[in-house]
Design a protein around this ligand. Structure first.
Ligand code: ADP
Ligand code: MG
Length: 683
């Protein structure tokens, strides 16, 4: 019997040193090893002639060795050089510190070599190639897996170890999925899949193997999330909030009528809150859809039922804005709200913590500061986290621990397609606000090319002269923060000195200290600044209803979801607002994407289109989303498989909620393992 749990040290080719190196990669057992999948593959099966090879590229060549190895010595180092040729031209191959090659590379013999070609000063060189004697295929002539590695362990070494391991397990791995699934979903069996994910003969073999493994990984994750949700439904350990204090009483107090979507969502929340089980709900709503009012109503019910509520926001300035809004509505009801951010004085903080502990604060609004150990509640009953993508699951769990199974409401302004929501938040129930408050003016959006810059500037000028303010968003810079700082400063100087010397222009950037950022935002809000030039840091920000224009430079570089998020900074007041997308390039895809932005203000439609038109991880822009880490699946590229998996998972759970049937025993075992990992907070 094959023991997948056996220590890697028993694998052929793994000595004590290599055990340590493998352990560093998280590989301890045979099973860890064979599920350590390649990062990519090199196709070393198609040879090129020397003259076809491009400078700097890696290639497979078939050459005749035309000299003996010549060894030169530099201090402690040596270099081995040999002359080679093929039908197109002559070249040389070099290696370093590999004296033993003298007996391996023989004059007059033919070899296949794979390595980096350089073509300089009329000389062609291949450096440190791997090679095979012509006719053999150890290092060449096939598709070679490339593993994610740390230093000291070479690709060659790991590949050899992997070959031994795969040889040992092949044919002996017990099938991990139930037979009926394999048949119905046309999946490859586990033995072929493992062999071919490491050593595929061709692309097709690789794809079939990969599909099987991706399917399994997504299925197990989805089933685990559904199991978590079901467990939550069946347990009665949460808080049952009072049925006496209805949210409707709070609804009536707003100066506006809540939208139908807000009312529906609040109904769902109220039902949850009145149940003995804990609420775990995701509230999705586009920017400006009125999530704050929903949070407020829920907090109201918690407080009236005798509990405290905590509201977590991602920045101090947002938390402060929430406090203002809460106080406006709740102070007159005698509900006591306080703010906890890292900026407050020590004395004030001590007072606040004391009051919180003895229950003299009803609603605590704050930032990460709320998570600190010394923040103790008297009886925390409801946790609301705003803009969830800025908080990890771990942090969510930390605040939950401050109460006794409090209800949880996670609010997110990132509209994500349903398929993704089901796997990112599969353990949560989902409520969606799919309607904006009435009388919202559509943000007029235009896509223009660089050549229209002057007209755009004139347009900004006209708005500023009417008393409005503008945002200009800098191009997304890929090579790191320093460059994006440079681009912000350059653009700001250009506007300050050349274009609008008469206006007050400042910049905002992610590398600035939080206090500096808050200061700039406040000055913008108070209209001490006319134009704010910024990186994407403004995408989560304060309301500045007077700002009605946003210009986004190099808009083609952003994901649509991110453009939408940015655009949400305007259109917050009574003025008609505008978003101008400046783009470069003439690709059909770019034009389609710009058109989507001009055509709709609906975040859900935009995120679906974004996925469709990009089909890659760019969907979320460069934001941190705490996406679960998959070994092999990629949520974006594997959207098709994910859709199938979700149907399959739903079917399985409907027929066998607890995976107790004989046919699902295998699934139950892996799902349970996965649940342990999830509970440790890694999803
Ligand atoms: P978000 O969902 O982006 O957090 P907010 O809660 O900040 O949106 O609401 C945006 C603005 O809309 C606020 O000024 C809020 O007072 C207002 N608002 C919320 N709900 C309604 C409504 N039903 N009718 C009119 N205005 C509303
Ligand atoms: Mg909000």
């Amino acid at each position: 019997m094959l023991d997948l749990k056996k220590d890697v040290k028993y694998i052929k080719g793994v000595g004590p040193n290599r055990v340590t190196l493998l352990n560093k990669l998280g590989i301890f057992t045979l099973e860890d090893l064979i599920s350590y999948y390649p990062r990519t593959y090199e196709d070393r099966s198609k040879p090129k002639t020397l003259s076809e090879c491009e400078d700097g590229s890696e290639n497979l060549i078939e050459v005749l060795v035309t000299s003996k190895i010549l060894e030169t010595r530099y201090g402690r180092k040596t270099m081995q050089k040999v002359m080679i040729r093929d039908e197109s031209t002559v070249a040389e191959a070099i290696w370093f510190n590999q004296s033993y090659l003298k007996t391996k590379i023989i004059e007059g013999k033919k070899y296949r070599m794979y390595g980096k070609i350089s073509k300089k000063y009329g000389r062609i060189q291949i450096s440190s190639p791997v090679y095979d004697e012509y006719g053999t295929t150890k290092n060449t002539g096939r598709i070679i897996p490339i593993y994610p590695l740390t230093y000291n362990l070479t690709q060659n070494t790991l590949r050899k170890i992997m070959e031994n391991a795969v040889k040992e397990v092949y044919g002996n791995i017990g099938e991990t999925l139930p037979e009926y699934l394999i048949k119905k979903s046309l999946l490859q069996n586990i033995n072929e899949a493992i062999k071919n994910i490491h050593f595929p003969k061709d692309l097709k073999e690789f794809e079939i193997a990969r599909r099987r493994l991706v399917f399994e990984e997504l299925l197990i994750t989805q089933l685990a999330l559904l199991a978590l949700k079901n467990r939550n439904i069946s347990e009665e350990k949460g808080i049952q909030f009072s049925k006496e204090y209805k949210i409707e009483e709070m609804m009536k107090r707003f100066p506006f009528e809540l939208t139908n979507a807000q009312k529906r969502v609040l109904n769902e929340i109220e039902e949850d809150m009145e149940k003995p089980q804990t609420m775990n709900r995701l509230l999705q709503g586009d920017v400006g859809s009125g999530k704050t009012a929903v949070a407020m109503c829920s907090a109201y019910k918690a407080v009236r039922s005798g509990y405290q509520a905590a509201i977590m926001a991602p920045t101090a300035i947002l938390a402060t804005q929430h406090l203002e809004n809460f106080n406006k509505m709740l102070e007159e009801l005698g509900i006591r709200c306080e703010l906890l951010i890292s900026g407050i004085t020590k004395k004030k903080k001590e007072e606040l913590l004391e009051k919180l502990k003895i229950g003299e604060i009803d609603i605590l609004i704050g930032t990460h500061a709320i998570l600190e150990d010394n923040v103790e509640f008297k009886n925390l009953g409801l946790v609301v986290t705003d803009e969830q993508h800025r908080f990890g699951v771990k942090q969510r769990n930390k605040i939950i621990k401050k109460g006794n199974n409090p209800d949880v409401l996670v609010m997110s302004a990132t509209p994500i397609p349903r398929t993704l929501a089901l796997i990112l938040y599969g353990d949560l129930d989902i409520s969606i606000i799919d309607e904006l408050p009435p009388n919202r003016k559509k943000i007029e959006t235009f896509a223009v090319t660089k050549s229209m810059t002057e007209r755009v500037d004139n347009f900004i000028k006209k708005q500023i002269e009417q008393g409005r303010q503008a945002y200009i968003v800098c191009p997304l810079v890929e090579e790191g923060e320093d460059n994006s700082l440079k681009s912000v400063i350059e653009l700001t100087e250009k506007y300050q000195k050349e274009i609008f010397p008469e206006y007050k222009i400042e910049y905002l950037h992610g590398k600035m200290r939080p206090k500096e950022k808050d200061e700039i935002m406040l000055r913008f809000k108070n209209h001490e600044i006319d134009i704010l030039i910024s990186t994407t840091v403004i995408e989560v920000g304060v309301d500045v209803p007077n700002a009605n224009i946003m210009v986004i430079e190099d808009a083609q570089r952003f994901g649509l979801a991110q453009l939408h998020q940015l655009r949400g900074r305007v259109g917050r007041g009574e003025y008609q607002s505008y978003c101008i997308l400046k783009y470069e390039g003439n690709s059909e895809n770019t034009r389609k994407r710009m058109k989507v932005m001009c055509d709709t203000n609906n975040g859900f439609i935009i995120s679906e289109k974004d996925l469709e038109l990009r089909g890659s991880g760019d969907f979320f822009g460069t934001m941190q989303h705490g996406l679960p880490e998959f070994k092999i699946a990629n949520l974006f590229e594997d959207m098709n498989i994910l859709q199938v998996v979700q149907k399959v998972a739903k079917n399985i759970i409907e027929k066998d909620t607890k995976l107790e049937k004989e046919e699902n025993i295998k699934l139950r075992n892996i799902v349970e393992k996965k649940l342990e990992i999830i509970e440790k907070g890694s999803l």
